[in-house]
Design a protein. Structure first.
Length: 396
């Protein structure tokens, strides 16, 4: 019998599926349990080799994990990540104006907070990725959402106060070029990073939700107005001929970027009440143009199944009342479970269709490697917890 059990474990590892697949909430909680005591960041790609992704804790994935843990009923573990976000807010090596970096070093949140990086043997020096040290407004929005979800769950007013400080920095990225909305943020390190002047449907969706929660938490009508403006930009990106939300604008702030992206179709449905009328068409477009192997690809190129996006689809379908579709999508991601119970980012090397900002000669890709964000989205889909509203429902 022992030999049989051992053989099952070997076969499970070989086929990239754990012998006894745990629910995503439990796996996520186990990741937090392995952190040193106190505030900490979870590594986004735990098996990444030496280089830009090793021991990198992306802000988005960690904020998403804090929300997912809260949705799982595990506020205590979610707060450990929330506390790490507050440490980063107060103890950056340079910035003290309310902004956060796109990533940090995984592990305990030290003071000053450590940034991810690697030793380049060729150049014989320490290197940091210029995207990672920058500050995307969308990532800031996710950090705000995480803190506001914790505040709403009763974890403490310090999370609301931290979200307010971040919102005031994000407001410096507001752009009056038509259509009004929020620019992409900054790229590169201090003291003078490049300002990304494009506007993203995804970022403005995130901010519409974060400002809505902030307005409710603070009673400040300014954030309600900002939520409405960010929502208006997203709705302006609807292309009736395509039956899709376009991905935003180019650097001039007004020319439309027509690259098709899955999150730009699904997230508005989860975050913006007025987008509900587009749900049937946007979902149909996603299924027809980005559907792949029972799940979803990142974009129209369909170069691989995107695990995170497929679970985003599962959550969206569940909240739309399309239970069978939700179950089918989650079943597709089960084929992409990693040996530790988590999930691979994609079932193969998958292009997003967007340029890599650190090297525009290359496309941004996802790899067949264990990743944090799909695990968090799987937990949200299991619980039917909407990260944009902190409820188990679509926005109203």
């Amino acid at each position: 019998m022992q030999r049989f059990v051992a053989l099952l474990a070997v076969l499970a590892a070989f086929f990239s599926v754990p012998a006894q697949a745990s629910d995503a909430c439990s796996v996520l909680a186990a990741r937090v349990a392995h952190l040193p005591a106190g505030p900490g960041f979870l590594t986004s790609y735990p098996t990444a080799p030496a280089g830009p992704l090793q021991n990198t804790a992306f802000l988005y994935g960690n904020a998403l994990s804090a929300i997912a843990l809260t949705g799982c009923g595990d506020v205590k573990d979610g707060a450990r990540i929330g506390d790490a976000i507050l440490v980063a807010l107060d103890h950056d090596r340079y910035w003290h104006d309310g902004r956060l970096r796109n990533s940090y070093a995984g592990g305990h949140a030290d003071k000053p907070v450590k940034l991810a990086g690697w030793w380049d043997k060729t150049q014989n020096r320490w290197m940091e990725d210029q995207y990672q040290v920058g500050s995307d407004t969308g990532n800031m929005a996710w950090a705000m959402l995480a803190l506001l979800v914790l505040d709403k769950a009763g974890a403490g007013s310090r999370y609301r106060d931290g979200a307010l400080r971040m919102a005031k920095w994000v407001d410096t990225q507001f752009d009056t070029r038509a259509p009004e909305g929020y620019m992409g943020g900054t790229f590169g390190d201090q003291p003078q990073p490049t300002v990304n002047r494009w506007k993203a449907t995804e970022h403005n969706t995130d901010l519409a939700a974060a400002f809505t929660l902030l307005a409710a938490a603070t009673g400040d009508a300014h954030w309600r107005r900002r939520a409405d403006t960010a929502s208006a930009l997203v709705l302006a990106m609807w292309n009736s001929a395509c039956g899709c939300f376009e991905s935003g604008t180019t650097e001039d702030g007004s020319t439309r970027n027509t690259t098709l992206a899955l999150d730009a179709q699904l997230w508005p449905l989860l975050a913006i009440p007025a987008a509900r009328s587009r749900a049937d068409t946007a979902v149909k477009t996603a299924m027809e143009r980005m559907g792949l192997r029972g799940g979803f690809a990142y974009g129209g190129g369909r170069s691989g199944l995107w695990t995170e996006g497929t679970e985003q689809g599962a959550l969206t379908m569940k909240l739309l009342g399309r239970t069978k579709d939700a179950q089918a999508l989650s079943a597709a991601t089960e084929k992409n479970r990693a040996p530790d119970g988590g999930y691979f980012a994609a079932d193969t090397t998958m292009s997003t269709g967007f340029d890599l900002q650190t090297d525009v000669r290359q496309r941004r890709v996802y790899y067949h490697t264990p990743a944090l964000a799909p695990l968090a989205w799987a937990a949200l889909a299991e619980q039917g917890f909407n990260p944009f509203t902190a409820t188990r429902a679509l926005p109203r």
